[in-house]
Design a protein around this ligand. Sequence first.
Ligand code: BG6
Length: 502
Amino acid sequence: MKTARWLEEESRPVTDLALFGALGDLSLRKLYPALYHLEREGLMHDDTRILALARQPLKHEEFCQRVTEALNTYVEPDELEQEVVQRFLARLDYLELDFTHAERYHGIKEWRQLRCSAAQSCPLIVYLAVPASLFGDICRNLQTGECLDEHARVVVEKPIGYDFTSSCEINDAIGNVFPESRIYRIDHYLGKETVQNLIALRFANPLFGTQWNQNHISHVEITVSEQVGIEGRWNYFDHAGQLRDMVQNHLLQLVCLIAMDPPANLDADAIRDEKVKVLKALEPFKEGKLNRDVVRGQYIAGTINGKGVPGYLEEEGANPESETETFVALKTGVANWRWAGVPFYLRTGKRMSEKLSQIVIHFRQQAHYIFDPDQRSLASNKLVIRLQPDEGIALEVLTKDSGLRRGMRLRQGPLHLDFGSAFPQTRIPDAYERLLLEVMKGRQYLFVRRDEVEQAWHWCDSLIAAWKAMGEPPRRYPAGSWGPVASIAMITQDGRSWYEDY
Ligand code: BG6
């Protein structure tokens, strides 16, 4: 029987975290604030330690100063407690390291050996907050430097590759050192509270469970719109585009959670097996229909919140000839028993009118209709799942319009569960808090398995190849709009429209 302390402490296991890329944007913006919140919530074991690794020569105090600045910037002022900050800083050590030099990795091993005896057997979590081109080198160097044991886990971030082939190379490089059961691929959308709520909503409520198929659902829409542009990331973004940046991962993960069959239990592989089945059943794009079913867009200058913003081709460092898309809308489907004939409309873009992530499930109309025929257009229930901002769920239902003069007229209105006001005491944690906690606990259900990544690339690659063959430039849309007009036509030609009222 295993009796190590970290195994007994299921809810607050002791771990060592080695953070590569410790001074990068992701660490400063997301990881330290998330770890700070775990500290504040008392969710990190007292013996958990963090080794921050970066190339820059910094003294311990200088490094702590950088982390403190990050916390001051990215943690809400009313959540920043000096005593917690000090407790958190006390867990941190800094090591200057050139990640490509295997002979320097002994510093990590020594740091591990210096740890207090109680924690010696605790798992090492290696977080690679660095470009994917470094994943292979770092994993190999950790192995040759004897920094790993049979409990070590690795956490990697998207983008895992640029296409199917490059994702296989990256996955092979990591897989040569870590078995799949200890690889945690982050898609931060899976850490969002409302995204996890999809699982609860679908599988804890028989009401929805019995209705969740093509007999009752007419179509599904997913919108992930952002007001931000590319935030100084021209080089990365122009190489990727919105399809690779958002659809290949975040939007397809949402499709999976909506479309998957009930898993046998909440085990990571039970859930991921079902998600892979959905990805395998995604309908391929039909050549002659590409123009009808897919819209690529690129923003031009416009206005957001009353302020003028430049177009994509005028962003800093831009190549004025670029034809990279900053917006995608597409219609697809899941070709299986549950979803046959149900269109899934997806759209996502930068510099759009609002920041909004929302899923709308449109239920079919009543088969036999007894009310005024002119009210038929009202007659469909919708389940609106708002992921951000203002997380919540609304079910659009039809009721009688009140008043003596109204007769049996119908009115559409929401049964509304707004998480913020329904559970005012509960803070909605950032996705990274949940994800870091799950890695510490060694639970993989919120992380993406290799076959999911590869299957998603297969589908995206076929779309990209078809785009290339078509050779059409993206359609322009003004910043601050809902995307190219063609994306509205894409859905209206099916007699439907994007749902915009919450
Ligand atoms: C990232 C993309 O994965 O997700 C960014 O690379 C995008 O381009 C971001 O802005 C959106 O995340 P969120 O949580 O703000 O919706």
